[in-house]
Design a protein around this ligand. Structure first.
Ligand code: FES
Length: 167
């Protein structure tokens, strides 16, 4: 697809991004700033938004794509309203973290980094939350859940969903 071929909907998000681009065109390093702003507005950087930025910034799509894929703070997939982070640090690994992540992958039908269709959960992993005494550990948003086993992790996830759906 050529940058010029892309159909951009005329909506409030694109108008906000356009305004930011116009205000920041002359500042140093504008592409990264514009992509940050786009991610703030859209929540992630779908391909249409990357094309839009390329067109409006007058740079190639491959340049935008290169920046988006180089920096790991840019996301090309939407994230859920709640993030499950399973610790894969050493203490948690020794106590069975792999079994916990496998159980959640199976139950949610996702890969690590994936988001449920209803955008409720994103499943992620991390290295050590500093709660090794409670290993194995997972976080849902900022809440720490420790001394898990696969069954307990799935139950906590399901209960969290029941309690927070619609909030
Ligand atoms: S290794 Fe998991 S909390 Fe430290």
């Amino acid at each position: 697809m050529e940058v010029s071929e892309i159909h951009i909907p005329d909506n409030e998000h694109y108008r906000e991004l356009m305004k930011f681009i116009e205000e920041n065109r002359e500042t140093p390093g504008p592409l990264i700033q514009v992509l940050h702003k786009a991610q703030e507005i859209f929540g992630y950087l779908p391909v249409e938004v990357q094309y839009f930025v390329a067109r409006e910034m007058n740079v190639s799509y491959s340049k935008v794509y290169g920046v988006v894929t180089f920096y790991n703070f840019f996301r090309t997939e939407p994230i859920g309203d709640h993030i499950i982070n399973v610790c894969l640090g050493t203490a948690c690994h020794v106590k069975g973290a792999q079994e916990i992540i496998k159980a959640l992958i199976k139950e949610l039908g996702l890969k690590v980094g994936g988001t449920t269709k209803d955008r409720f959960f994103t499943l992620s992993t991390a290295r050590c939350f500093g709660a090794c005494g409670l290993a194995p550990v997972m976080l849902i948003d900022n809440e720490v859940y420790g001394r898990l086993n696969p069954q307990k992790a799935v139950q906590i996830m399901q209960q969290f969903k029941r309690e927070n759906q619609g909030n």
